[in-house]
Write a protein that binds this ligand. Sequence first.
Ligand code: ZN
Ligand code: ZN
Length: 595
Amino acid sequence: MKAQNPIFNHPILKLLQKCHSLNTLKQVHAQMLTTGLALHTYCLSHLLTISSKLASTYALTIFSSIPNPTVFLYNTLISSFTSHSSQIHLAFSLYNRILAHKTLQPNSFTFPSLFKACCGSGHWFQYGPPLHAHVLKFLEPPYDHFVQASLLNFYAKYGRLCVSRCLFDQISEPDLATWNTLLAAYARSASHSYSTSLEDADLSLEALYLFCDMQMSRRRPNEVTLVALISACSNLGALSQGVWTHCYLLRNNLKLNRFVGTALVDMYSKCGCLNLACQLFDQLTDRDTFCYNAMIGGFAVHGHGNQALELYRKMKFEGLVPDSATFVVSMFACSHVGLVEEGLEIFESMKKVYGMEPKLEHHGCLIDILGRAGRLKEAEERLKDMPMKPNAILWRSLLGAARIHGNLEVGEVALKHLVELEPETSGNYVLLSNMYASIARWNDVKRVRKLMKSHGVNKLPGFSLVEIDGAMHEFLTSDKTHPFSKEIYLKIGDINRRLQEFGHNPRTSEVLFDVEEEEKEDALSYHSERLAIAFALIASPSSLPIRIIKNLRVCGDCHVFTKLISAAYQRDIIVRDRNRFHHFKDGSCSCLDYW
Ligand code: ZN
Ligand code: ZN
């Protein structure tokens, strides 16, 4: 047995463990040389590990003096180098020495630390795939668990979900950490913002399916698993799945820790249940900046700017330091309710009070605040004076503001930049053509449309998600693929007749041109959210609010349409579009038509 070998308890090794300076290390090293301990692989590996922490050059000198280092010794030094980001290049140069060696080759213990190192910083992605090729070349399947896990981790970290999934499926009995890695990767890739794209929705659904598989495999989830699951629900607006997860947590005595709490606050607010989000937020005892960000963001998208700012102040009062995201959500809150001065003050405080250099997204919020409030010239000047190059999002926000305020001059400038930055995005052309249409400059409308065609632009398809009895239903514009399609179209006919009694006429002037990002023409009645609403009216009990998630902005006509439905059918309808929430109730909307 190992423990009986006197070398493992040798007093010099104990001294080695206590070395905290290069000088003492050198003394111990000298003793190891005189006693012959330095010839022993086990002792050498300790010496290498400790010296790599104190002085990498000294570690390399020791290593070079070893006559025939084994792969074990290479692995030891590689592993200790990879735990310091400044020494990763040394690890890789040692790895290259193994490859160049005539008789040695890397083994299962060589790769995990190298993959871990590749996860460290952005530009190491280039080293991962070639390393993967080496795994295939040098190792025999079935691969060691640590090799598999490190590969999976690496691809998940860089958002290469297909590869991660493929690797995952090859693992016969994944452990909890492995399940969590993949679940978190699905949830993380999908939940970057309030906008939900079709791909994001698919990824989130994939996370939910994966969780079902996990349950079938009888692997017990922990808090980390639930955070991933809840994030997926937030992104899908899958309220009942989210509530189920919350209940699961309570039933199974899992901890409502900060991370789970923050995820739940975010989920409830993104699913339209701001009250539940607030209740939960109040329950959490050790709230950190992330918790506050989730709640401030919740108030912001629901259009409660003042409450968002109140919370922002409270957070500072409690001694928490706002981070980059706090500034984004707080300014977002200001922009949606027209709190211009407050927003400007927050922006200025970033640098003055917190010594933080505003990033692109903060400048974006500022442009949005000024633009929405009609201070277009000021917004344009700020854009031009930015220390970095403005991206398309910023120009689009200026263009949107120019359209709301009918400022063609600024709109044209913004569009010029936009078309340069992203010639293939339809929304840009549509916004400008809307603007020309609103002042009846039809020739310019035609010109923009032509420009759009010449760039070969395709429109982004609009889609809506609605949850009925825990199942998500997805609709595209004029979609006829749903099994209840026939009933849905009949219902739309019904609705249109009933709304006409309420005095609704489709705004024909807008039919052609006020298409936020969707083609209207005769598709007007069949914008995805209308199909989703019609289906919900057929399929869900009349007392429940209808919750819809849409990937684009709601168009003007659908906004009117939904307001009327909320009155005619006495149903609350909550729509989360690309920008914010709309709570439709008794014929009006919480956004007060400012969106
Ligand atoms: Zn619409
Ligand atoms: Zn609204």
